[in-house]
Design a protein around this ligand. Structure first.
Ligand code: RM4
Ligand code: MN
Ligand code: MN
Length: 395
C-alpha cells in the first residue's frame, strides 16, 4: 500500500512538472516539397492557431505556450504584439519561443547570416534583432534560431569565412538580448543545403552558443541527426557542459521527417528523458521542451493531442526508473540486471496512472476521445473549409 502511494506521488509529481510547447505551424497547412494536401480544419490565421493551441491545452493540461514563427505569425513584427496579447488571454495559451525566419526571402538564396554579401548578412542580422524585440514585447524567454544556410557543392563557398560571419551575427544578436532571455541555436546536418550546412551538429552549435555569450544554448531537434547517432549521449554531453537549452521533439524514420513523437522509436525519447531526469527537477526550468511537427496526412488536432499524450507517458516512464538501484547496478557492472531494470521500466504500461492523474486534475481521461466528442474538428472544418485557399504545388 505504502509502495503504491509513493509510486502515485512520484508519478503525479512528474506529470505535474511536465510541460511542452506546441508550434503554431503544427496547425497550418504544410506539405512536402512535392505539394500540399489541404485540410479543411487547418488554421490560416494567428487567431485560429491560438484557438487550436488552446484546445490542445484544455485537453492535455500540458501545453501552456505556443511557439511562433516571425514571418508566418507576426508579419508586422512588434506591432503585432498587442494582437497577440489579446489572443493569449482569449484562448488561454501564451506566446512561447520566437523563431526567426531566415529561409524564405529570395535574397537568402545563397545564405542569410552566412551570405557572402555583407548587405544581405546585415539584413539577416536586422531580422534577428527584430525577433529579439518581438520576444521582449511578448515576454518570451527564448529566441530559437534554425539557420537554413549552407552550400550544395564542394568548393563553392568558404566554410571558414562563413563561420566567422556567423559568430559575428550571433554575438550581435546576443548583445541585444534582455536579461533572462536566451538565444537557442539549432543544428541540422542537411537540408535545404546538401553539401554543407553552416550549423551541422551539436559541436558546432555548442561552439557558436558559447561564442555568442552566456545566454545562448543549444537546441536539439530529435529529427536532425544521422540515422544511427546516439542522441541521448549528445544530451548527456550538453547537460554536462551546461549548454542544453531545449528540444524540438518529433520522430523520424529517415531524415527530418517530423513524424509523431514516439511513433517510430519511443525508447529513444525515454532514453533522452532519462538523461534529463538524472539532472533533477530544477533543470526543467532551463530546458525548453517543444514539439516541432506539422502533419499533412493525419488530422492536425488529433496528431498534436496524440503527441502530447505520448510525451507525457514517456516522461512518466522515465520518472519511474529506480535511479538509485540503477546506479548501484551500474557500479557493480551487473549489466543484465541494469539493462532489465531500464528496459523493464520502459515497458511498464503507465497509461492507467496517467488516466488517474488526468481525472485528479480535472482533465479528460482520454484526450483523443474527448477531442472527438467535443466536435471541435468538425466545427473548424466547416468554418475554415469554406475559405480554403487553392492548392499550391511543387512546380
Ligand atoms: C526546420 C527546423 C526548424 C523549423 C523549420 C520550419 O527543419 O526543424 O526548427 O522551424 O524546419
Ligand atoms: Mn526544429
Ligand atoms: Mn526540422
Amino acid at each position: 500500500m505504502q509502495a503504491e502511494s509513493t509510486l502515485h506521488e512520484l508519478a503525479f509529481g512528474a506529470l505535474d512538472s511536465f510541460q511542452i510547447e506546441i508550434p503554431s505551424w503544427g496547425f497550418a497547412n504544410t506539405g512536402t516539397r512535392f505539394g500540399k494536401f489541404l485540410q479543411p480544419g487547418a488554421a490560416s490565421t494567428l487567431e485560429e492557431k491560438f484557438s487550436d493551441a488552446g484546445q490542445v491545452h484544455k485537453l492535455t493540461g500540458a501545453t501552456p505556450t505556443m511557439a511562433l514563427h516571425v514571418l508566418w505569425d507576426l508579419p508586422n513584427g512588434s506591432a503585432d504584439a498587442d494582437a497577440v496579447h489579446g489572443l493569449e488571454s482569449r484562448y488561454g495559451v501564451a506566446a512561447g519561443s520566437i523563431n526567426p525566419n531566415l529561409f524564405q526571402d529570395q535574397e537568402y538564396k545563397f545564405g542569410s547570416l552566412c551570405n557572402p554579401s555583407a548587405e544581405i548578412r546585415e539584413r539577416a542580422v536586422a531580422h534577428m534583432l527584430d525577433s529579439v524585440a518581438i520576444a521582449t514585447e511578448l515576454g518570451s524567454r527564448d529566441i530559437s534560431l534554425w539557420l537554413p544556410d549552407g552550400s550544395n557543392y564542394p568548393g563553392t563557398q568558404s566554410i571558414r569565412k562563413r563561420i566567422e560571419w556567423l559568430e559575428e551575427a550571433l554575438i550581435r544578436t546576443h548583445q541585444n538580448l534582455a536579461p533572462g532571455q536566451r538565444l537557442l541555436v539549432e543544428y541540422k546536418p542537411f537540408e535545404p543545403a546538401f553539401y554543407h550546412t553552416d550549423i551541422a551538429d551539436w559541436g558546432m552549435a555548442s561552439h557558436l552558443a558559447a561564442k555568442a555569450g552566456p545566454q545562448a544554448r543549444v537546441l536539439v531537434d530529435t529529427g536532425h541527426h544521422y540515422a544511427t547517432q546516439n542522441i541521448e549521449q549528445i544530451v548527456a554531453w550538453l547537460l554536462h557542459t551546461g549548454m542544453l537549452g531545449g528540444f524540438h521533439f518529433n520522430d523520424r524514420r529517415y531524415a527530418d521527417d517530423d513524424l509523431t513523437l514516439g511513433s517510430i522509436d519511443p525508447y529513444q525519447i525515454f532514453r533522452i528523458f532519462h538523461e534529463i531526469q538524472l539532472s533533477g527537477p530544477e533543470l526543467l526550468r532551463d530546458v525548453a521542451f517543444m514539439i516541432d511537427q506539422s502533419h499533412n496526412l493525419k488530422g492536425k488536432m488529433e496528431a498534436m493531442v496524440q503527441t502530447v499524450a505520448m510525451a507525457q507517458e514517456l516522461w512518466l516512464k522515465a520518472a519511474l526508473v529506480n535511479r538509485d538501484r540503477l546506479e548501484h547496478l551500474q557500479e557493480k557492472c551487473e549489466l543484465v540486471k541494469a539493462e532489465e531494470l531500464f528496459r523493464g521500466t520502459f515497458w511498464q504500461d503507465v497509461r492507467p496512472i496517467v488516466k488517474e492523474w488526468r481525472a485528479l486534475r480535472g482533465l479528460p481521461e482520454d484526450p483523443l476521445a474527448a477531442l472527438a466528442e467535443s466536435g471541435y474538428v468538425q466545427r473548424i472544418s466547416a468554418e475554415r473549409g469554406a475559405k480554403m485557399a487553392p492548392v499550391t504545388s511543387y512546380a
